[in-house]
Design a protein around this ligand. Sequence first.
Ligand code: GLU
Length: 378
Amino acid sequence: MPQTLVVKIGTSSLTQPDRGDLALSTLARLVETLTQLRRHGHRLILVSSGAVGVGCARLGLSDRPRRLATKQAVAAVGQGRLMRVYDDLFTSLQQPIAQVLLTRKDLVQRSSYVNAYNTFQELLKLGVIPIVNENDTIATEELKFGDNDTLSALVASLVEADWLFLLTDVDRLYSADPNRNPNAQPIAKVNHVDDLLNLDIGHAGSAWGTGGMQTKITAARIASDSGVRTVITAGKTPENVAAILDGADLGTQFVAQAKPENARKRWIAFGLVPQGQLLLDRGAVHAICQGGKSLLAAGLTAVRGKFQASDAVILCDERGQELGRGIVNYKSDDLEKICGAQSEQIADILGDRSPETVIHRDNLVLNNDPREPLTIDR
Ligand code: GLU
């Protein structure tokens, strides 16, 4: 059955380790694999890093720039070169491609989120493989995806993909760092990302996962919570993507969770950037999680952060554990005044025209519950 696949490849898989030149044979095998999958009827989106790396090689820079403006300028040089190489390779197999550059801001605004969705659907209908990267040249520090792992997960959520493949420089996750711990076990299947919380999976920038395993796990959480099966596998063998679709036990596979029921709720959960936190008392947690109710001011115990009405916030229980996210009807200054107040007191404190709920049920998305335990290959 044709499926929608998002495949993300990182700079470390696309470039030679020493000089930053492109790893042409890997790129060619990636292009062949994706084209073949397309010919089998699958819909494909490629999320490719490499703009900064290729830009550095083109300009003869030996180190990746640190300054934002320099990085953005170098990305502008590299992105065009990168697309030129992809277009040459895909064109030799008669596969049309498109460039889609996104910023975090594009997903925060509901109208541009829906627009991006429509454009992707149209491209996929036309049989095109969109190649996505962050629009590094204009993304601002506050509203950056920051890494293409997160970007690819948000794209997979946006297009309601069946699969997200994170191609990286390790073959799969291990229960500890295999370079330091001889007892590290490969992890074949993860039923829920929370099962990994107690493992020493590796840190950003660790030698055994250049992009850092943490960003991959964050991406796996976003994607699997959106109902997308997510796989971490080796970038040097992109053929793995086709093999895994045929059932091969490769990489680390994350089970897809039940996804938020509609597209608007997925946007609330994953498109928006939360600006604050609301802490809830036990009664409110019960009313929301078991009773399917809206959030009222009476159930609030604390308000954290500065936000405006209509911003997204994170809801937490008394221990600070995240329960879900929602769009709030009050700005933080007003919420602080009515925190814990009964509904009939609110008009006296803030005036008659105050909204009835702090977060209406329709604007609230709860996290999924953890499921079965972790499966470790022995
Ligand atoms: N957008 C960056 C680039 O193309 C990559 C970000 C990342 O490596 O995750 O160079």
